[in-house]
Design a protein around this ligand. Sequence first.
Ligand code: HEM
Ligand code: HEM
Length: 182
Amino acid sequence: MTTDKPTATVKFGKVLSILLAHLHVWLVIGCTLLVCTSPWIFMGRSLRNTASFWDYLHVYLGLVSAVLGLLFLLRNTLQGKWHQYFGWLVGDWAQLKQDIAGLTKGKLPVAGGKGLFSVVEGIGMLLLVATGLTGVVWFVYQGTSTAMEWRGYHLICAQAFIGFLIVHIVLAATHIIEFIRQ
Ligand code: HEM
Ligand code: HEM
């Protein structure tokens, strides 16, 4: 007998495709919250019983963002798409050089392609995955000295990721200004 009711698999598929289509938006929200509330967290080697709301938010939103960050990297690199963000790994520097040469003459780079925008975005996706993974390893080894070691790696990755966010936001803003001027 056939039924018109969607099965659990179909529903799951729909939720997954909505999630994948809007990954950048979810990451903007997740990462902004994680970075902006990070001055209020203090965990050290483990999430204690006395942990604050901000500590719990960081750990659980961090775990969700780590998974989303990995999905974002996979979505943007599988099926040959990696070439746009990581072309420089195989010696494809032409557009990047052109963008940098243009910048020195006051010309803003264009988005898309294999230029400055995409190279920065590729590095950003790697930094996000590294930040997420080092956080996950801290979570797994909580309460041990290994956790403290990974907390240290996490702090380095998180700071590098914030560096990326600043460059990415400045580039995105210049792009929007350019678009308005046209
Ligand atoms: C992927 C998204 C994540 C981002 C963007 C992020 C960002 C940050 C930032 C900005 C800091 C403060 C760095 C500093 O003070 O210099 C931090 C600290 C920390 N994060 Fe994350 N984090 C993420 C995921 C996670 C995950 C998944 C965990 C663990 C489940 C975690 C656990 C920690 C811990 C333990 C600290 C140090 C807190 C302390 O003891 O002071 N983070 N994170
Ligand atoms: C937190 C604030 C953020 C803002 C305001 C922002 C802004 C933007 C804008 C405006 C674009 C479109 C660029 C264009 O085509 O002109 C873009 C694309 C992109 N952003 Fe962000 N972004 C943010 C966070 C992030 C984060 C956390 C990542 C993760 C690494 C990321 C990675 C990317 C990538 C890979 C693209 C190109 C592909 C795509 O649009 O899916 N961004 N961003």
